[in-house]
Ligand binder design. Structure first.
Ligand code: FMN
Length: 201
């Protein structure tokens, strides 16, 4: 089994999602001792936002001559795609930032949506080509969105489900630590709830 482990929190040792994503990988390794893990920290190894030249490596963008730096970006796009396609399980540690995902995680996702590689257009509409994988997302958020008045402002979970679904991945599970910006006991209760969800993954 190949595990792709992604972290996207800008907070290092203080990060809840870094802790949770590591716990998920550990849990998977306990049941699959032969699992191979590829780790990618999209904050420490920041992925550039798309430009027309960078996107031109995998989709028509009006740019067709590429300098050496852009060619390196195209190689990175290919590496990210291959890491993703080679994985059986993708574990993503992502905070909620401004109701969605960190821009660093979006930059990674933007390199993966490639027509003819991870999805294709057909007469029946777009079809995902990355099916059969499992995605486990560890999310932390300062407030509460799973239920209550802010539920409609969670653009993270729906977005990630839709994105991976577009690539053909329907098995997307979320482990949430909510209330991370509240009082210490509320924060700790959110983390404990997430840890207990991980134990029964
Ligand atoms: C830039 C930034 C934006 C944030 N936006 C939100 C938000 O929209 N909603 C929310 O509930 N919490 C928000 N938070 C709080 C984080 O989601 C929370 O601190 C979480 O624990 C971050 O994950 P981490 O501990 O893995 O870094 C934000 C935090 C930062 C630093």
């Amino acid at each position: 089994m190949n595990i792709l482990h992604i972290d996207a929190s800008i907070l290092g040792a203080q990060s809840i999602t870094r802790d949770l994503s590591a716990a998920i990988v550990q849990q998977l390794q306990a049941t699959h001792p032969d699992a191979r893990v590829v780790y990618r920290d999209v904050v420490q190894q920041e992925i550039r936002h798309l430009t027309a030249a960078i996107a031109g490596g995998f989709r028509p963008s009006g740019v067709s001559t590429f300098d050496a730096a852009t060619q390196q970006e195209h190689q990175l796009s290919e590496l990210l795609l291959q890491e993703f396609m080679a994985s059986d399980v993708i574990v993503v540690g992502t905070p909620m930032y401004n109701f969605s995902v960190p821009t660093q995680l979006k930059a990674w996702l933007d390199r993966l949506a490639q027509a003819g590689r991870t999805f294709q257009y057909t007469e029946r509409g777009p079809v995902g080509l990355a099916g059969g994988k499992r995605v486990i997302v560890a999310s932390a958020r300062g407030g509460f969105y799973a239920e209550g008045p802010l539920a409609h402002m969670d653009f993270q979970e729906g977005y990630l489900r839709a994105f991976f679904g577009f690539l053909g991945i329907d098995d997307v599970q979320f482990v949430r630590a909510e209330g991370a910006s509240k009082a210490a006991e509320i924060r700790q209760a959110g983390i404990a709830k997430a840890k207990s969800a991980i134990a029964s993954l």
